[in-house]
Ligand binder design. Structure first.
Ligand code: 0RQ
Length: 503
């Protein structure tokens, strides 16, 4: 009766989420679909969490290794972390309960560049993938799968896992069919060939996922919408950040370093990224393109207004209102949007070739241009590196943005030394805060320190940074990247001790 499952061989594999969850063995490595809440399985993980909770109550051990595309939803990370059912989590998370488990030390987390995941699984670096749990929009008569609102690592999970559990979700629009581009041309070294893409809108693969029906052990019909979280409205500081960036792009066009319609945009996750897109939507540039990881509200709006000609990504990440608008107008979006596996959306070869403008948010930067995207005060994970490293290192322009201070001014986001490094000084070209923009291209560390302090630091912290830098310059034995070894992290220590970086 469930007309989305058209492959006859799956009819006798249809079962409940509880029955499917019971088939997952202890200590299995489970590859689940899902990328920022989009296209994540919604029933089997919850049923598995319930099963784990019952087993734990009986004093029995049961944990899984949980691999995904990126962050997921409360039904996966939240539910499984709550029952302490995850032994190793990779490659990205942003769930409050999972974060708490990781930071209290009861759950292992391996934070990985998103473009690395599929190939490292193929290389065998992470051991065997036992089970894939993948949400799809439908199953075709020949057994191929219509992907859902994200692609992520699903191609690899379906190929690598011994057992496959499908969730067929009839809440996902059938209009998604044809939007995906699954590239099957990746091979392992030393047999790799160039990836045949020269424009962000190129389609180089197939619209459906291949699936070996013999590996499918369960098919679970579901009817639940994606976790779609609303964005914070753009406040004055976000708008200022967007303003500085647009002014910079105009300058680069004038100098002949960027074409009039810029270069393909990559925009990170979160509130700042969304505000920058809103700024670009009102800005002077036309006929833009995007080659990015996640399509947020901002990009959808730019497609609607025509500012953005096309967008390539691996997932949607929409607010509930944007999701509704998207579904109602899916025919308008279908030929403008391409969803790809994350190894392609984030591929260094393609990022370098297409010449992306990479714009990602950060937690903090230091005066020399090193960037921390992942850790609070050095030891606590926030989310993870996600795709920011894939893009930053290989982009035409690598931009990092943050408000100059956080937590009501008690934290300076420009510090003498980052408490954790995700992006080194070599991968960071432009820093932007609401205070201004620092163009670090071609500058020595000492020159960088001056523009970062002058242009990006919050006025409350600017004199402290100047004082630190000048003393370092005077007393450090090396004058290349002057540093006071005993003071470089003292601001973070002060915050931990007193609740503020201010003395
Ligand atoms: O905390 O939520 O409690 O208020 O960090 O900060 O300003 O709302 O910014 O939502 O863009 O998130 C880097 C975390 C920024 C994100 C990060 C606190 C601040 C607030 C969030 P509250 P904002 P955003 C490709 C790109 C890594 C992955 C990536 C991220 C909260 O962008 O995870 O780039 N990036 N992927 O108060 C302590 C500081 C702080 C701080 C801000 N210095 N110290 N807390 N905060 N600065 C896409 C994918 O990979 C999917």
């Amino acid at each position: 009766t469930f007309d989305r499952i058209q492959y006859p061989g799956f009819q006798d594999k249809i079962m409940t989420a509880e029955q499917a969850a019971a088939l997952i063995p202890e200590h299995a490595n489970v590859g689940m679909s899902g990328f920022t809440g989009s296209g994540a399985p919604k029933e089997v993980p919850l049923a598995l969490a319930k099963r784990i909770e019952e087993l734990h109550a009986q004093g029995k051990e049961f944990k899984i290794g949980l691999w995904t595309g990126a962050s997921t939803a409360p039904e996966i990370d939240g539910a499984l972390a709550k029952v302490n059912g995850i032994n190793m989590r990779m490659p990205y998370q942003s769930d409050p309960i999972a974060r708490q488990r990781i930071n209290e030390g009861s759950m292992q987390y391996c934070d990985i560049h998103l473009s690395h995941v599929a190939q490292f699984v193929w290389f065998g670096f992470y051991g065997k993938l036992n089970v894939a749990v993948v949400e799809v929009t439908g199953v075709l008569p020949d057994g191929r799968l219509i992907p859902s609102t994200s692609v992520g690592n699903n191609k690899t999970w379906l190929e690598q896992a011994d057992m496959i559990i499908l969730e067929v979700n009839d809440r996902q629009s059938m209009g998604l069919a044809g939007m995906h581009d699954i590239y099957y041309g990746t091979d392992l070294p030393p047999r790799r060939k160039p990836i045949p893409m020269v424009k962000p809108s190129d389609r180089i693969g197939e619209p459906y996922l291949r699936c070996d029906p013999n590996k499918v052990i369960a098919v679970v019909p579901t009817h639940k919408s994606d976790r779609n979280s609303p964005f914070k409205p753009a406040d004055a500081e976000f708008v200022q950040i967007a303003g500085h960036l647009i002014e910079f792009f105009e300058h680069e066009v004038k100098k002949g370093r960027l074409p009039a319609n810029l270069l393909p945009l990559q925009s990170g996750v979160g509130n700042i990224a969304n505000a920058v897109l809103a700024g670009l939507n009102k800005g002077p540039f036309e006929n833009l393109t995007a080659y990015t990881e996640v399509l947020q509200d901002g990009m959808l709006e730019m497609l609607r207004t025509g500012k953005l000609a096309s967008a390539s990504a691996t997932a949607f990440s929409l607010s509930p209102e944007a999701e509704k608008e998207f579904t109602e107008n899916i025919d308008f979006y279908r030929d403008k949007v391409v969803l790809r596996p994350q190894e392609i959306s984030n591929h260094p070869e393609l990022i370098r070739r297409l010449g992306l403008i990479a714009m990602n948010a950060m937690i903090e930067a230091d005066i020399y241009g090193n960037v921390n995207s992942t850790h609070v005060m050095g030891s606590s994970i926030m989310n993870g590196i996600g795709g920011s490293g894939d893009f930053a290192r290989n982009a035409y322009l690598s931009i990092f943005m943050a408000k100059s201070s956080a937590k009501k001014g008690d934290i300076s986001c420009i510090v003498p030394m980052v408490s954790h490094t995700d992006h080194t000084e070599h991968d960071v070209q432009i820093l932007v805060t609401e205070q201004g923009l620092a163009d670090l291209r071609g500058l020595s560390p000492k020159q960088r320190a001056k523009v970062v302090i002058e242009n990006c630091a919050h006025p409350d912290y600017r004199p402290m940074l100047k004082d630190y830098y000048e003393r370092a310059l005077k007393t450090a034995p090396g004058k290349h990247t002057p540093m006071l070894l005993d003071e470089a992290l003292s601001w973070h220590q002060r915050f931990n001790d007193t609740g503020s970086m201010k003395p």
